[in-house]
Design a protein around this ligand. Structure first.
Ligand code: PLP
Length: 381
């Protein structure tokens, strides 16, 4: 097995999650809407998972809508809010995940919406005062992520929701990277809507949820059967939902200890990389940051080449930037932080989790100078 340093991309399914899901993929295959025993059992399993997830978020069961993942939850929150309020202005940040950014672009193009993208500071933080300044009579929703997927910065959500409440405007947070890693209590942070995804915290892929505060009117964006109290049509992914519920139970029990461990490994990694004195720059903030996340700029490399070279050395890591037609595009997140194109293209994301060990950190640090040198030679050749 390679050393997996990409836990913000996805996490392996916890063995207990897999064991909980398994019966619902074969003998307990019933449709949760059916009236006979097999269906009722499936429906019971879905409701149990709803309760398990509600406990993790500190909300009640009827505030949970199961979806196919973070992307769907983000789309449902934004589009549902625009349909239900009849308002057309959306406020978000420049560093949101494409699940928000692309949905906003779509809404501008096809739903007659206007979007305000708030800037962030050098640590990737939105200023609550900026939110206050841009809310208008036509603002349908403000959507600011809890924690960023590329650099890990955590936003001052509770301060922002003070402002949206004052204006009576809906607030949504994409908490896909946060749930299961840091404490997320919907009442403590005062959000109206919150997106999460199973595969980021040792649950399965293709399942997630949207928390919808009681009393929030949200128009469904997908029409069909009356599933999820009419808020999300489509036969429930019973096995996935069961897995998500189990992942929530495990997160309640193990989150704190796992996160402390990931943070300690991340800090150790940074100290050792920094001590190499080969010119590595840190992009992730030092405080108010996801426990396992470290984004760095390496000297004079192309991140894609580096990622490939590290793969051959047995490490899974990520570039911060997307790539189309083979040409690297500098990460818009790092650009929003004020980094240059050259620095953004030379940046990689190292995200640690449950599987990582000190030995892996030692090995990474030991081979880093050699791999950087090889790749920078290729880059300049
Ligand atoms: N939002 C954030 C912040 C993410 O990091 C991701 C996944 O990388 C998503 C949304 C999308 O979630 P999903 O993969 O469940 O659609």
């Amino acid at each position: 097995m390679p050393a997996y340093f990409d836990h913000n991309a996805t996490t392996p399914v916890h063995p207990d999650v897999f064991a909980a899901m398994k019966p619902y993929l074969n003998e307990q295959f019933g449709n949760a809407s059916c009236l006979y025993r097999l269906g009722v059992d499936a429906s019971y399993a879905v409701e149990k998972a709803r309760m398990q997830l509600a406990r993790l978020l500190g909300c009640s069961e009827d505030e949970i809508v199961f979806t196919s993942g973070g992307t769907e939850s983000d789309n449902l929150a934004l589009k549902g809010a625009v349909y239900s309020t009849g308002k057309k202005h959306i406020i978000t940040s420049a560093i949101e995940h494409p699940g928000i950014i692309r949905a906003c672009e779509f809404m501008q193009q096809y739903m007659n919406c206007t979007v305000t993208y708030l800037p962030v500071d050098g640590e990737g933080r939105v200023s609550p005062a900026d939110v206050d300044k841009v809310i208008t009579e036509d603002t349908a929703i403000v959507s600011i992520m809890t924690a960023n997927n590329e650099i890990g910065s955590i936003q001052p959500i509770a301060e922002i929701t003070e402002i949206t409440k004052k204006h009576g405007v809906l607030f949504h947070t994409d908490a896909v990277q946060a749930v299961g890693r840091i404490e997320v209590d919907v009442n403590a942070i005062g959000v109206d809507l919150l997106s999460l995804s199973g595969h980021k915290f040792y649950g399965p892929k293709g399942v997630g949820a949207l928390y919808v505060r009681k009393g929030v009117d949200l128009v469904s964006i997908q029409q069909g059967g009356g599933h999820e109290q009419g808020r999300r049509a489509g036969t429930e992914n019973v096995a996935g939902i069961v897995g998500l519920g189990k992942a929530a139970v495990i997160a309640r029990k193990e989150r704190e200890q796992k996160s402390q461990r990931a943070a300690a490994l991340r800090d150790r990694l940074w100290q050792k990389v920094d001590a190499l004195a080969i010119g590595v720059k840190r992009n992730s903030p030092a405080n108010d940051v996801l426990p396992g996340t470290l984004n760095v700029t390496l000297p004079n490399i192309n991140a894609r080449e580096f990622v490939r070279a590290m793969d051959s050395e047995g490490f899974c890591i990520a570039t911060g930037s997307a790539c189309s037609t083979g040409k690297p595009t500098p990460s818009y997140v790092l650009k929003a932080l004020g980094r240059s194109d050259a620095d953004a293209i030379a940046s990689v994301r190292l995200t640690l989790g449950a599987s990582n060990t000190e030995e892996e950190i030692e090995k990474f640090v030991a081979i880093l100078p050699r791999v950087v040198e090889t790749v920078s030679e290729t880059a300049s050749a």
